[in-house]
Write a protein that binds this ligand. Structure first.
Ligand SMILES: Nc1nc2c(c(=O)[nH]1)N[C@H]1C(S)=C(S)[C@@H](COP(=O)(O)O)O[C@H]1N2
Ligand SMILES: [Mo]
Length: 532
């Protein structure tokens, strides 16, 4: 509290400079907390009013995702699964409130700390928003306006605590230590209510920008090359085994986007760039007008642990990727196809793989519908036999022909294998691990995949017994998983059940356990059941 040397120091009649009582700590904390809530609420409102802007809670969360060590991300996927996103948002929110309380505590003694803290957090919000791919200048507006309102709220609630310098405060006009208690509490209540309304309205307004209506208006053309009919025996009809086809609602979701990008088909285009004879550009309508193929392909995530849930089988409708590449004329040295999403995420697929005749697709349909927004609407890639992180770009907008030497895609630059085979895995779906089951006849079953090589055989071992061949579900192609089942006469006691597969080339799935990083999990799935 510096005194201004040019103004006379006023002392009271006793000659003592009066030191007003300090502001209660709790007031500083409440004021800072409400400033933080105000900033977030105003930012939500601004994001609801202005298209192509993102609230800071999302831009900060996405920044954290992109800069989180892979080990932490693996942990989050393992422990929280698809809830990792709400948990991250909640965590960011709680952390912000904790910082606000600390700043408020300090600001009760030194007001400038509160002002600096608010501006500092505002700058973090603006920087993370401006740093998002394809961000325009307006990206900073939610945090900027949020910060301005937060400062107003903070200074209002701390009013009076500024002008306590004895230099400017005549001692005989008693200066209250800020607002009186009643005014402070009323002010805090009004701010809370206003923030709730602004935040709620912002959330509601943001829904205007989602593309659900545009998606629902689309009628997909019939494929010129339909998928082979699913053979009668593909589903074994055993309760507890994953359905042969995964519904869109049950299909796992893995991506780095905290909110799925909302891409209107009319604003969308796919470009082919880089080492090609002619750069090409396709609109959504261009794709609809082409010959479309429909294929059943199982997609697997590299983060999937042995026995894990991150795999799904769907019927995809799309344009053969190799056709588009051939039209562009790929240079022979271009060994990597980098696919880029509207949100800046990238995958790197070996060019040779997508051109070796397999059904690599630019997919626009999934199980008879336009792609769901969470699964990449309006278009994504699907390449059978390559993990999702290396091929399955959702919201895809650019295909760049380059080399593996020249560029590391998103997960390759974070330690995952640049390329590599999708490993054979066998999952026991039923019974569940540690389940209690009655003695007697029991179906042991699940799914097995060796995508693009096919599953030749599944075997099951109970305790140290012999490996017994399981019955396999029928399949129309090697690009999907297969169901399997083994009937077992369960005897009471605790039993270990292990399953393994041999792929269509006669190669047995390795027993060696490896984690997802860097090349995908391997090993035999084993569970223990208690037969009573
Ligand atoms: N744009 C974008 N596409 C992406 C990802 C991503 O983070 N961003 N993740 C990939 C990964 S790791 C996988 S396993 C698949 C998952 O596709 P799904 O969510 O439709 O199941 O999408 C791939 N495509
Ligand atoms: Mo993945």
């Amino acid at each position: 509290m510096a005194t201004n040397p040019s103004s006379p120091v006023i002392v009271d009649r006793s000659g003592v400079i009066p030191v007003p009582p300090p502001v209660a700590r709790w007031r500083g904390m409440v004021a800072a907390l409400l400033a933080a809530v105000t900033a977030l609420a105003i930012a939500e409102l601004v994001s609801g009013l202005i298209k192509n802007t993102t609230p800071p809670i999302i831009s900060v969360g996405e920044y954290v995702i992109d800069h989180t060590p892979v080990a932490v991300k693996e942990f989050a996927i393992r422990e929280f699964g698809t809830n990792d996103k709400p948990i991250l948002i909640l965590g960011t929110f709680v952390l912000l409130l904790v910082f606000a309380l600390i700043i408020g505590f300090l600001a009760a003694r030194r007001l400038w700390i509160g002002v600096a803290g608010i501006i500092g957090f505002g700058l973090i919000g603006m920087a993370t928003a401006a740093g998002r791919p394809n961000a325009e200048l307006r990206a900073v507006l939610p945090s900027l306006l949020g910060t301005v309102f937060a400062l107003c709220v903070f200074l209002f609630l701390m009013r009076g605590t500024l002008r306590r310098s004895p230099a400017t405060t005549p001692s005989d006009s008693p200066m209250p230590p800020g607002l009186d208690r009643r005014r402070f509490l009323v002010g805090a209540a009004v701010v809370t209510a206003a923030a709730a309304i602004a935040g709620g309205a912002g959330r509601a307004l943001q829904r205007r920008f989602n593309v659900n209506a545009a998606r629902e208006a689309i009628t997909l053309p019939a494929p010129t090359s339909p998928a082979a009919a699913t053979p009668a025996g593909a589903a074994l009809g055993v309760v507890g085994i994953s359905p042969f086809m995964t519904s869109n609602d049950d299909f796992y979701r893995v991506d780095t986007a905290l909110v799925a990008p909302q891409v209107a088909p009319d604003d969308w285009a796919l470009t082919i760039t880089g080492m090609v004879d002619h750069e090409l550009r396709f609109s959504y309508q261009d794709l609809l007008r082409r010959d479309l193929v429909e294929r059943d392909i199982t997609l697997v995530c590299i983060s999937n642990e042995v026995g894990g849930p991150y795999a799904g089988n769907a019927r995809w409708l799309g344009v053969p990727l190799a056709e588009l590449l051939d039209e562009a004329g790929v240079h022979p040295e271009a060994d990597q196809l980098v696919s880029r999403s509207v949100d800046g995420w990238t995958a790197g697929t070996p060019t040779a793989v997508v051109r070796d005749g397999r059904d690599a697709l630019v997919a626009i349909g999934m199980n008879g519908e336009p792609l769901p927004v969470n699964h990449g609407f309006p278009a994504r890639l699907v390449v059978p036999g390559v993990y999702g992180y290396n091929s399955a770009t959702k919201w895809v907008t650019e295909l760049e022909l380059t080399t593996f030497g020249a560029y590391d895609a998103y997960w390759a630059s974070r330690g995952y294998a640049k390329e590599g085979p999708l490993k054979t895995l066998t999952r026991i779906d039923t019974p569940r691990g540690l389940a209690r089951v009655p003695a007697g006849r029991l179906a042991i079953g699940g799914v097995a995949w060796a995508i693009h090589r096919g599953i030749g055989q599944v075997e099951v071992q109970i305790d140290d017994g012999p490996w017994q061949p399981a019955r396999l579900g029928a399949t129309a192609n090697d690009d999907t998983w297969r169901q399997w089942v083994l009937d077992w006469d369960a005897t009471s006691g605790s039993h270990t059940i292990t399953a393994r597969s041999t792929d269509g080339h006669g190669e047995r799935q390795t027993e060696e356990r490896t984690p997802p990083l860097p090349g995908g999990a391997s090993g035999w799935h084993s569970i223990v059941v208690l037969v009573t």
